[in-house]
Design a protein around this ligand. Structure first.
Ligand SMILES: [Zn+2]
Length: 121
């Protein structure tokens, strides 16, 4: 299988993984908030109402032992690092930051720009 296709599968896996994780957390928090009703159900029925959690996706087997493959700047050889981020690249080849995304982050970056010093204030 081609490397871009593998990388796409890895990204899709992590996107699905994050989605399921958020969903599971949401269900567990709802159950926690509803603890009293669940306890009453337990007292009435003798067992806790089942929590149906979505199953986490399986790691794509073809992505096991995947290498980064970024170009080494000194050797010119593909990077052999196997510790990959969800984008399919290692910590050295993940690409530059594309800057703040949220309004809060943008405001913070503007705040951190150099300012003229105010003398005697
Ligand atoms: Zn790399």
């Amino acid at each position: 299988m081609s490397t871009p296709e593998l990388r796409r599968r890895l990204k899709a896996y992590w996107a699905e993984h994050d989605r399921v994780k958020a969903l599971r957390r949401q269900i567990l928090e709802a159950a926690e908030a509803d603890a009293e009703a669940r306890f009453e159900f337990f007292c009435d029925h003798g067992y806790a109402p089942p929590l149906i959690l979505p199953t986490e996706p399986e790691f794509p087997p073809e992505c096991v032992d995947m290498i980064c493959g970024g170009k080494g700047r000194r050797s010119g050889e593909p990077c052999q690092n196997k510790a990959l981020y969800p984008n399919g690249r290692c910590k050295w080849h993940g690409g530059a930051s594309t800057g703040p995304k949220t309004a809060e982050g943008k405001a913070k970056s503007v705040y951190n720009l150099p300012r003229p010093k105010v003398m005697g204030a």
